[in-house]
Ligand binder design. Structure first.
Ligand code: FAD
Ligand code: NAP
Length: 339
């Protein structure tokens, strides 16, 4: 059955910033045929298409004069199990964290550090989601996408995806591929990734000496609930800027003026600076212009206090970028997809 086309729909419930813009058309596609039919309908009407997952990495700055294709497919399965390595597959519309929690409940390890990231499975490869020292590239097995140029299904291996820090071939070619389902190679034995201090500290506070994957997940969920605003209460899209990777010389110059700079070596020649630290030092923490603001606990997160428009949030982000460039000589790149 063809999924119905809704007209002039507010996208407010469909983006975590809670921006109230209208979509000209909206279709919820819960299987491959529905996706293909929606794309064919858009082509017939000569309409552009915006693919939407959970809307948690999106800044909508205007009405969307297009078909918004909301990925609503569900399904998860174990594809192979050799006793140690287990390959799972999940449909694009599945909520990311429900797959993480399901995999943990099966006794599988590998996704625990990526707990409680909002959004869908299909969007996760877009920016190679990452947290607490793990990115999906570390557990990625493959994905199936629809090539919108040829209309054919295409299989992607790890190499094909060109994953990098918050980047992929999909992000570099917006709109080219529609991701339908993703596979992960997980393990029955835990190799704990505890490089990030707050996770070790939380486990220690909880008296956990030999953490299980479930314990790591629970510790990370508790940290995230304390530190990050819940989009249901305060609109946001998580980190608004990527952490800049600068030269060693640039990092040393900043350190000379600001000995407390938060910085981590990245490869041999680069240093990753904590963008949140730079923004906080520049005095933006808790700043507010109307309803567009910077979160009071985490400067990397821009927030919508209620009625902010996407354009107002975008303008605020631009001011922050200008100020950080002037003060530190560092360019901040926006992380969410701006429409
Ligand atoms: P959407 O916002 O719906 O879409 C994002 C982009 O992907 C858009 O360009 C869209 O067109 C495209 N897209 C969506 N689905 C598909 C598909 N099936 N095929 C092709 N293109 C598609 N990110 C991290 O990396 N790490 C974190 O720790 C993290 N924490 C967050 C915390 C909070 C509180 C919030 C609000 C966000 C956080 N994010 C984090 C950002 C965000 O949750 C992720 O990037 C997530 O993967 C976005 O998924 P989504 O389904 O909401 O994507
Ligand atoms: P944090 O723990 O306050 O750390 C600040 C920054 O320092 C982080 O951005 C992190 O970089 C980096 N960092 C900390 N310890 C590190 C280590 N041992 N090695 C290398 N880099 C280290 O960060 P936070 O803001 O609370 O976020 C915690 C984790 O969740 C981070 O991994 C962050 O990326 C992720 N997160 C992402 C989003 C998003 O929307 N993208 C939103 C919330 C949280 P990295 O960011 O490169 O890890």
């Amino acid at each position: 059955m063809t999924a119905p086309w809704q007209t002039q729909v507010s996208l407010k419930p469909f983006n975590t910033f809670g921006i109230d813009v209208q979509a000209r058309y909206l279709v919820h596609a819960d299987n491959d045929d529905a996706v293909r039919q929606a794309l064919a309908g858009a082509a017939e009407r000569q309409l552009p298409v915006l693919v939407l997952g959970g809307g948690s990495n999106l800044l909508l700055t205007r009405d969307v004069d297009a078909l918004v294709l909301h990925m609503a497919s569900r399904g998860r399965r174990i594809l192979s199990d050799d006793g140690e390595q287990v390959v799972i597959e999940a449909e694009a519309g599945e909520a990311w964290d429900s797959i993480v929690q399901w995999s943990l409940a099966q006794g599988l390890c590998g996704l625990e550090n990526l707990s409680l990231i909002p959004g869908t499975v299909g969007a996760a490869p877009m920016q190679n989601i990452g947290a607490y020292g793990i990115e999906i590239k570390d557990v990625f097995s493959g994905l199936t996408a629809l090539d919108r140029q040829t209309g054919e299904l295409q299989e992607f291996s790890l190499q094909d995806c060109a994953f990098a820090y918050r980047a992929s071939v999909f992000k570099a070619n917006p709109g080219r591929w529609l991701i339908l389902r993703v596979r992960f190679a997980l393990r029955r034995t835990l190799e704990p990734q505890l490089a990030y201090g707050p996770v070790r500290q939380r486990l220690q506070e909880q008296g956990v000496e030999q953490p299980t994957a479930q314990a790591i997940s629970a510790a990370i969920c508790s940290i995230r609930r304390e530190k990050l605003p819940d989009p249901a209460m305060l609109g946001n899209a998580g980190s608004f800027f990527k952490n800049p990777v600068v030269s060693v010389a640039c990092a040393e110059r900043i350190r000379a003026a600001h000995p407390g700079v938060v910085a981590y070596p990245q490869g041999e020649d680069g240093v990753k600076l904590a963008a949140g630290w730079l923004i906080e030092q520049a005095g933006w923490k808790g700043y507010r212009e109307g309803d567009a603001g910077v979160h009071s606990l985490q400067s990397l997160v821009l927030v919508n206090h209620g009625q902010a428009t996407g354009a107002q949030l975008y303008a605020l982000a631009g001011k922050i970028q200008d100020d950080i460039r002037t003060r530190f000589g560092v360019d901040l790149e926006m992380e969410p997809n701006v429409y």
